[in-house]
Design a protein around this ligand. Structure first.
Ligand code: ZN
Length: 1050
């Protein structure tokens, strides 16, 4: 080993130059991580494949500025030098450095790190007078040469650099080591990778523009990190996550403090930040440091529907106090993500900048400020939605600077809008890669999948002994749960079985499929399509517990006392099953009801055999129903809540059950199946928690905060009902009582409001919470987890692995592979929770998109479908929020317009605009004009006209105009709402397809912006997935009022 000195000239974060001398040790052997290695390097970990034409070694400048391009998975054989990595760390900060490290770790990316500065023959001493940049480039070149020699000339090496002098200087020195520019590299090696070319030109534009910015300060400088830290410690500053108001994104934002209960009781849990100067360049979700302003400068938050009204109300007016108000002095962590922006029309809001290529793009998300983009495509991209990234936001710049990443398409087109929703929720790259698909087992006609004899020996074989069947919605492909029930010991024992798809048998931990599923965390359901967590060969075939075929399963079998149904014994383990019947809900219910229903599996049999089999199946269904009723009653006694959309019902229905959409006649068999699944989840939770008390993945549903029930209680009282919120039992009972026989919608709305006041159910690691926090409030169970849907939820995959490890521990075999630590598991839980929230948000937005596209096609003045019955569910200062059951849509109804006129109802109920005034009461809004006083109460049915408010840069919104304060009656309004819903989706899809066809025909005339279209679409089957979740998301309360929202999104 050779010792030498390394002299570094670093720039401190405040721009000061620092000279650092370090002892530096050189070695002869430094691993190359190449599959071509001839020198027996110890290459543990990721290794570059042999079958490439070349390896590419990016120069420091390329890694620092163009890392995004190197992130394309298509690019293979990338060698990152230590020199370049350190440069990223020094010049770009921790976030970018972590990004690079993650890239190096990720097996889906074909790149490695070479410790060139420790390699005796590749390290270069810095020469006197040599600039840092020149020296770094020389180091990287030297590393490239080392590779060529080390691999004995068997692999060509391409060094890419943006330094033209380096190209001239080095390109002729060694044959086999090529030095070219990034642009040249992309053109020669990746001519088809259009996205990379576009990204390259967009980043280089942005870099050019960055030079020559103005000097005048628009914002205060951020304080240095040490000062912020000291300030937080001393209590002078407050740290938290910035949450920008959805309704007043320009002026209102809050710093949400974490763990607000313990300190600064005076300020509470959030600090208002008013105006963009005080916000000081922080963007939504950044971790910021704020300073409180003097109390005299504290402000109120606005509550009016229309901007500018009721903004400056005084404290007495609504009885509330001014909020602690502050200004942001520093940013601890930027949480910039990919943003979708719209390029403005040329004549529109152009920046007055000297360069006509710089434009201000408007983010789709209202909460994000305009982003300045330098581009040569400003004309071509007018009215297009484009994905951009923010590069920087200097104090001298009024807007942040960014660059475009890719073009989604023309604003307003279905595919563009769907992709926009996905990207805004950080759902990217929804394609399964070839490498990943190669991992999967095949199942084709020539090469059918078979049960492996080794597995047959290891698993409990239930194929002959058990009558296994599934009950799902019609047309369900991914069957992840099946049931069995039989009578044992002469009728004294009843054995109940839940058999779940054995996904972890096929998805090995750490495999590419596993990593992909983990990063997706869930299947995403949109109004017209879904994006699966697992590839179809697993989700719809090998893991799916289809009828009549052998499948692997994870089973839980309970032996219950036939009389008391108490549990005598539980068995957990891997099994082989063959499901006999793939029933759907209606069929199962018909069999239970004694109807003569045709069971497809029995169609070919003779009458006697058919009769016998049918009797056997019906008997099993009846036994199951008894068990289900018993289990349900048990939980009811514990205080389980029946909330629409809460897990009680949604557990099974969550992603599949259409029938639960029709709330009037839920089939009992739904509940029966749901109860069995809840039971299995509960017993698996018990098992893994007992064996792994500090590292099991469970799901809790925290006790709701009493104060959040305020609105619910008040609203119910207005209707003459008392809601008790003390315990879940009391709440469940009082909700059952709150029924208006005239209007079933009242009870539904109250239940939805209850759901809104509830915290989210969350996954957690048992080591991260105390035992009393494990409780699941909604289900009234002391422990709960997700085990029954491994095909579409990653949490269940983790739980399956834990259960297998637990069984192994019990048999004394040890857990096998090292389990995730409590910390790792908690990190995973956070990721899954966050992805679930994104999935819900995506679904909600996609449903709203379809609603808008549907109404956009109609003329609200003439089309009768635009007039509907609506019910008022919330009161605001100058209007109400209303819900239209027919379309499952909600929107504000303004009682006052911009001209200051108010809605005034005549004798017959018909409304018109008149000059007058509005007044708000807790349970009603009244308007007064020359025609008299009109009142709009909570739960009143009114007639609204639905139209679409188009904003071009953002999502369209529905607008309800009240046309009568009386309910709407028409012949068509009696049909079930869900029917209207699926028709709505189908019609929008049909129109979009027509438009797509037309566009294809016109494509010759148009540039190729539609290439990205449909790229991510995996399954286009219209998904009839329930409204249930959407109804649950129905925001009956302003979510920003709910403190735990920030905790769950964190
Ligand atoms: Zn080697």
């Amino acid at each position: 080993m050779i010792k030498t000195e390394k002299i570094l000239h670093l720039k401190s974060c405040r721009g000061r130059k620092v000279r650092v001398v370090r002892e530096h040790y050189l070695r002869e052997r430094v691993p190359c991580y190449s599959g071509v290695c001839q020198a027996d390097c110890v290459n543990d970990g990721k290794v570059l494949p042999e079958d490439l034409t070349h390896y590419v070694v990016p120069d420091v400048g390329v890694v620092v500025d163009y890392l995004e391009i190197l992130e394309f998975r298509e690019l293979q054989g990338i060698v990152f030098t230590q020199t370049a990595c350190q440069a990223v760390q020094h010049s770009k900060g921790r976030r970018q450095y972590n990004r690079l490290r993650n890239l190096l770790k990720d097996p889906r990316h074909d790149c490695v790190l070479f410790a060139n500065e420790f390699q005796e023959y590749s390290y270069c001493l810095r020469e006197k007078g040599e600039s840092q940049e020149k020296w770094q480039t020389r180091c990287v070149y030297s590393a490239a040469v080392w590779y060529y020699n080390h691999l004995a000339g068997m692999m060509d090496i391409v060094m890419i650099t943006e330094d033209q002098e380096a190209v001239a200087q080095y390109s002729c020195l060694n044959s086999g080591v090529y030095v070219i520019s990034v642009q040249e590299y992309l053109q020669n090696f990746w001519p088809e990778l259009q996205a990379a070319h576009e990204l390259y030109s967009s980043i280089s534009q942005a870099l050019q523009e960055k030079e020559g910015e103005g000097k005048e300060k628009e914002y205060a400088e951020h304080l240095p990190a040490e000062v912020l830290e000291a300030g937080i410690k001393s209590g002078r500053y407050i740290q938290g996550k910035l949450k920008v108001s959805k309704h007043r994104p320009q002026t209102e934002a809050f710093v949400m403090m974490e763990g607000f209960s313990n300190k600064s009781t005076e300020t509470g849990w959030r600090v208002l930040v008013h105006g963009d100067k005080n916000r000081n360049r922080a963007t939504d979700t950044d971790v910021v440091v704020a300073e409180l302003l003097p109390k005299s400068e504290w402000r109120w938050r606005a509550t009016a529907l229309t901007e500018g009204q009721g903004e400056e109300k005084s404290g007495e007016d609504n009885g509330s106090k001014a909020l602690p108000t502050g200004r942001i002095v520093g940013i601890l962590q930027r949480n910039w993500r990919d943003y979708v922006v719209t390029f403005p029309p040329r004549e529109g809001t152009q920046s007055q900048s000297r360069n006509s290529q710089r434009i201000l793009a408007v983010p789709w998300d209202h909460r994000i400020p305009k982003i300045r983009i330098s581009t040569q495509q400003a004309d071509a991209l007018q009215d297009h939605r484009v994905v951009v990234r923010i590069d920087s936001w200097e104090s001298t710049s009024f807007y942040p600077n960014g660059h475009s990443v890719r073009v989604l398409g023309r604003a307003g087109e279905l595919e563009t809008e769907v992709q926009t929703i996905l990207i805004e929720n950080c759902i990217n790259e929804l394609l399964f890669s070839d490498a990943q698909l190669r991992e999967l087992p095949a199942n084709s006609l020539d090469n059918p999948w078979k049960v492996d004899p080794a597995q047959e020996a290891e698993r409990r074989d239930l194929r002959e002994s058990h009558l296994v069947f599934s009950i799902d919605p019609k047309g369900c492909e991914d069957v992840d749960d099946t049931l069995s029930v039989r009578s044992l010991a002469g009728g004294e024992v009843l054995e109940l079985g839940v058999h779940i798809a054995d996904v972890t048998h096929f998805v090995t931990e750490g495999s590419l499929t596993d990593l992909e599923a983990r990063s997706r965390a869930t299947t995403y359901y949109l109004a017209d399509r879904r994006y699966d967590m697992l590839p179809a060969v697993l989700s719809a075939d090998l893991c799916s517990l289809l009828g009549g075929v052998d499948r692997y399963a994870m089973s839980v079998l309970w032996e219950l006392d036939a009389h008391t149904l108490n549990v005598k014994d539980v068995w957990y383990g891997r099994t082989i099953i063959r499901s006999s019947y793939q029933l759907h809900y209606e069929l199962a219910q018909a069999l239970l009801g004694g109807e003569r229903a045709e069971v497809p599996e029995l169609a070919q049999l003779g009458p006697d055999e058919k009769e016998a089999k049918l009797a056997q199946l019906t008997r099993a269904l009846k036994m199951l129903t008894d068990v289900g009723r018993h289990l349900r009653a048990q939980r009811d006694r514990g205080g389980a809540l029946e909330l629409e959309g809460l897990e009680v019902r949604a557990q099974l229905d969550e992603e599949r059950n259409i029938t639960a959409l029709v709330p009037r006649q839920p089939l009992e068999v739904h509940e029966t199946v749901a109860e069995c699944m809840i039971y299995a989840n509960h017993w698996v939770a018990r098992k893994i928690q007992e064996i792994f008390p500090h590292q099991a993945l469970l799901r809790c549903h925290p006790h709701p905060q009493q104060e959040l029930f305020g609105q619910l209680v008040e609203v119910a009282r207005a209707k003459g009902f008392t809601i008790e919120t003390g315990t879940n039992k009391a709440l469940a009972d009082s909700l059952d009582q709150a029924v208006d026989p005239q209007d079933p919608l009242v009870n539904r709305l109250l239940r939805m409001m209850t759901t809104q006041a509830m915290p989210q159910a969350l996954y957690f690691s048992t080591g991260a919470q105390s035992r009393d926090q494990y409780y699941h409030y909604g289900l009234a169970l002391d422990r709960y987890t997700h085990f029954t849907s491994p095909i579409r939820r990653y949490a269940d995959i983790i739980v399956h692995r834990l259960l297998i490890a637990a069984i192994a521990m019990e048999t004394g075999a040890g857990p096998g592979k090292a389990l995730a630590s409590n910390k790792e598991l908690q990190e995973m839980a956070r990721h899954i929770n966050q992805r679930n929230l994104a999935a819900k948000q995506t679904q909600k937005l996609s449903i709203e998109l379809f609603q808008c596209l549907y109404f956009k096609e109609r003329d609200p003045q003439t089309d009768e479908r635009c007039v509907a019955d609506a019910v008022i569910y919330s009161i605001l200062d100058d209007g109400v929020l209303a819900f239209v059951p027919e379309y499952g849509a909600r929107a504000p109804v303004y009682m006052k317009n911009r001209e200051g006129q108010v809605v005034s109802a005549g004798q017959d109920g018909s409304c018109e605009w008149q000059s007058g005034s509005v007044r708000r009461y807790p349970d009603r809004v009244t308007t007064t004009s020359s025609r008299g006083t009109s009142t709009f109460r909570l739960f009143d049915h009114i007639t609204v006209r639905i139209s679409v408010q188009s904003t071009h840069c953002h999502a369209d919104r529905l607008n309800f105009e009240v046309i009568s304060n009386k309910p709407y009656h028409s012949a068509g309004s009696q049909q079930p709402r869900s029917q209207g819903r699926s028709q709505l989706v189908q019609e929008v899809v049909r129109l979009a397809e027509e438009a797509y066809q037309q566009a294809q025909e016109k494509a010759a005339r148009r540039p190729r912006f539609s290439t990205e279209e449909r790229e991510f679409c995996q399954s286009k089957t219209p998904n009839l997935y329930s409204l249930l979740e959407e109804v649950r998301e129905l925001a009956l309360m302003d979510l920003e009022m709910v403190p735990q929202v920030c905790a769950t999104t964190a």
